[in-house]
Design a protein around this ligand. Sequence first.
Ligand SMILES: [Zn+2]
Length: 402
Amino acid sequence: MQTWLGGICIAWLLAQTVLLFAYRHALTARWREPVLRFPVVIFESDDWGAGPLDQAIALKNLHEILARFKDEMGRAPVATLGVILATADTRRIRDTGGAEYFSANLSEPLYTPLREVMEEGVRQGVFALHLHGMEHYWPQTLMRAAVKDASVRDWLQSDGIPGTESLPSPLQSRWTDASVLPSRALESEALRAAVTEEASLFGACFNLRPRVAVATTFVWTEEVEAAWANEGIDVIITPGVRYTCRDATGKPGGEDKRMVNGELSKSGQIYLVRDVYFEPMLGHTPERLVSETKERARLGRPCLVEMHRFNFIGVAEKRDASLRVLEAALEQLRRTFPEIRFMTSLELADAMRTKMPALVETKPTPRIRVWLRRIEQIRGFAKLARISGLAIPLWIIGKAVA
Ligand SMILES: [Zn+2]
């Protein structure tokens, strides 16, 4: 009888050890991931820059709404702007009958009012500038695609300055050649030269080197990260996963890495995870944003909110409606979370890197409490923990730190 019981105990312990071993990376990553002491909300708005000229007024409106709110520390909510530095010069392309590619960039006088609005927002603490890319696409890829695709040809030769939002989705990825699917890797030398060129143009436009990068459509590679590191970029915005290509159906694919907040890239950059979507034009409500923020705060995580430019440009009624939804969301956030903190993504990354005690929890008890909540969400882990009995010691730990 005793041998039989002993056997069961050994099997039980063995199952738990195997489970802990199988999930060791996910478990330790969630332990190392910084635990924030306050709810943090940062709006991340991509695609601003070279493009339609009504962006200047759109950013002025956005600035005005953000500046109406303050956290306990007197900080206004921040919208980080993922900056695009150049776009097709459609008139010159048209003049060559579409045979050659030309671009116009953000340093040109045409864009002076837009640059000024961006810089004023930075000075007032409502904007921060991230590098999103030279063009939102890889120009040679677009030119190759135009040979077969009339919509791309028309886009390249359109009247005025077209928005990249209307390009076929796979072609909006800069760091892969999606002129064929599945997409192909770019040539290393061209990629490195492009990163150097765009970082330097960003510097020339804003008198400021970029330190935060966000790849267009979240498709990038380790090689891009290394090139970014050479240009001084030390923070990378991610959706929690690195997609490296467009798959055969055109969707982001080739996932080769998953990451959590505060994790370091091979080149030493800090990753942040942007995994909340607030696009008023797509019907996302303030209530939804509040509930997403609540969940991130419960898990000691920041709430990085994706909110694209397309919400705020174009038809006046839609644009104004988006602003009203954003304003309502900010009111609800401020009311629901009196202790909310607003900051830039760079400030958040620096606080994580230095384990700044004013923001990052250092005491073990609350860290264990948050870790137990986080690991419950690892895919498959909670169920296996129940089956193997590992849930019992975890429950006891939970009671001890409650
Ligand atoms: Zn974008």
